[in-house]
Design a protein around this ligand. Structure first.
Ligand code: KG4
Ligand code: ZN
Length: 379
């Protein structure tokens, strides 16, 4: 697969920026103050636009969610997603500029999600991002969506220092990553089948909850009894850092189908739903947490970053925070609004990469529905 990112500078970029900024040139790393980066996220069902200033932080943050559009189908319809991104992306960029009190020409670079994700949805962001960059003669930065998630906690005041371990849990991914530095990622564990968020969504669908179901399962679990059923903790009884959630999904379905006919009335059925949600959630949280502890011991890291949509789960946040206190590592999470897809994390990733002198040298408009996180070049 072609590499969408590469270090080095074009003449245009050096000419554009030499007066106020410094670059990584001839191996010399220097910092570049006050870069304003427009971030564009359109990999799935959220149009996220933000402006991140490397000196002053987030200047604008706009998000449009397509949840209502896809909710009626019980999942994301790719063609509808692309069309909705087309409708929303330019108005949201205009609103972001207004929010930041900037003209588009004040932007120093444009970062956009180049993958992984839905190809049509990604291409909307890539086309708009590249076109703005060309028109302004400014650098464009192709960002890996999961790198955006991974770096999101760096927006917080209390932020981790490299290196650290990262658990990335979203609708499409479940990854344990050894983060050695910016762009230097080694995948230690992946899922063999469903992603953690996907398992939440499928369980929610089974119980008749709206899409995307993660937060609905979490809300229902609060009224449930975690002791009523003993759900399996997949892959914990064997060594390694891989995940698998399809067996748990089947166990959940079988439990639901066996128990449902035994319910005498609506209130018993409601309690059954809540109990299954609670037992399912605890099984996922236990499995993710114990794998994190294993990876912490294996790598010797003292910081753990948890990011991606499922990192909004309060039971997961609580268990990993307590585990860290007991086993001497610190857990870092993004703010709740930056757990799920957003433009801020892409703008931040772009700003960090730009600060180190990196931008895409490939002038074509490209998007990568599949893109291995390990194959992002370090700046
Ligand atoms: O990162 P994200 O917004 O999109 C992807 O990159 O996939 O993650 C979305 C996923 C969905 O599967 C959603 O159900 C899950 O994150 N999610 C949650 C919670 N909030 C969102 N899962 C569990 N508990 C939550 N509170
Ligand atoms: Zn995501």
């Amino acid at each position: 697969m072609a590499q969408p990112l590469s270090s080095g500078l074009t003449r245009t970029v050096v000419g554009e920026l030499h007066s106020c900024c410094h670059w990584q040139l001839l191996g010399l790393k220097v910092t570049m103050p006050g870069m304003k980066v427009l971030g564009i996220e359109s990999s799935c069902d959220e149009t996220g636009i933000a402006i991140y200033d490397s000196e002053n932080g987030l200047l604008a943050d706009q998000l449009y969610s397509q949840i209502e559009l896809h909710g009626q189908y019980g999942g994301v319809v790719p063609e509808l997603a692309s069309r909705d991104h087309v409708r929303k992306i330019v108005p949201l960029i205009e609103q972001s500029c207004q929010e930041a009190g900037l003209q588009l020409s004040d932007i120093d670079a444009v970062a956009y999600t180049a993958g992984p994700g839905l190809i049509g949805a990604l291409l909307v962001g890539a086309c708009v991002g590249r076109s703005i960059a060309w028109a302004l003669d400014k650098p464009a930065i192709a960002v890996h969506h999961m790198e955006g998630h991974l770096l999101a906690p760096l927006m917080e005041k209390d932020k981790p220092e490299f290196p650290f371990l990262s658990l990335l849990v979203s609708g499409g991914h479940t990854l344990l990553v050894d983060v050695k530095g910016l762009g230097n990622y080694q995948i230690l564990g992946d899922t063999l089948d469903d992603a953690a968020g996907e398992a939440f969504d499928k369980t929610a669908k089974l119980l008749g909850l709206p899409y995307p179901g993660g937060r609905h399962i979490a809300a229902l679990a609060e009224q449930g009894d975690v002791h009523r059923f003993k759900f399996p903790r997949p892959m914990l009884n064997r060594p390694g850092l891989e995940f698998s959630f399809s067996g748990l999904k089947t166990f959940t379905r079988v439990t639901w189908e066996e128990q449902l006919p035994l319910c005498q009335n609506d209130s018993e059925m409601a309690q059954l739903k809540a109990d299954i949600a609670a037992c399912f959630q605890l099984a996922v949280v236990d499995t993710l947490s114990k794998k994190c502890l294993r990876a912490i011991k294996q790598t010797g890291h003292h910081s753990l970053v948890i990011a991606g949509g499922v990192s909004a789960n309060l039971a997961l946040r609580e268990q990993l925070t307590m585990m860290g206190q007991k086993h001497h590592f610190k857990s870092f999470f993004p703010k709740l609004k930056y757990c799920t897809d957003n433009g801020a994390m892409i703008a931040l990733a772009g700003a960090l990469r730009l600060q180190q002198g990196q931008h895409s040298v490939d002038e074509g408009i490209r998007a990568y529905p599949r893109w291995n996180l390990e194959q992002i070049e370090a700046p």
